[in-house]
Write a protein of this length. Structure first.
Length: 137
């Protein structure tokens, strides 16, 4: 059993349920809580695949430049190399369960958690580049 770790990334709580080191680097499992309208900007992972499962609320998922509804109890998958994101389209806080392979992505999230946007954009982009996260223009 692992110890749960929680921190904020741009104001959204991230709770690490199973860190990469607990799975010998095979996967990370976490939750992300988002306010209405919340979620990350569109991005590409060069190293990770992600599966998102909506625990609470209503979300949309961006895939291939198209927004798709992802209501409570539904899941979507993002292959590495694909432009993707999600956003809470409900009128209350929502929560996603996120399964990431391989493990270790939580270290990236923890590293950028000390920054705020837009003031620290250059720092976030530098860490992101080092960790294989790309934000398309």
């Amino acid at each position: 059993m692992s110890t749960t770790e929680t921190f904020l990334v741009f104001g959204e709580p991230i709770e690490i349920l199973i860190p990469g080191e607990a799975t010998n680097g095979l996967s990370t499992t976490l939750t992300q809580t988002s306010p209405p309208g919340g979620g990350p900007p569109p991005h590409i992972h060069t190293n990770e695949d992600e599966t998102f499962y909506v625990l609470d609320g209503d979300y949309e998922y961006l895939s291939d430049e198209q927004w798709l509804p992802v209501p409570h109890g539904q899941a979507v998958h993002a292959r590495r190399g694909s432009v993707h994101t999600f956003r809470n389209v409900g009128d209350k806080e929502g929560k996603m369960l996120v399964f990431i392979t391989p493990g270790g992505f939580e270290r990236y999230l923890e590293e950028i958690s000390v920054f705020s946007m837009p003031g620290d954009t250059d720092k976030v982009l530098a860490v992101s580049e080092r960790c294989g996260i790309v934000f398309p223009h």
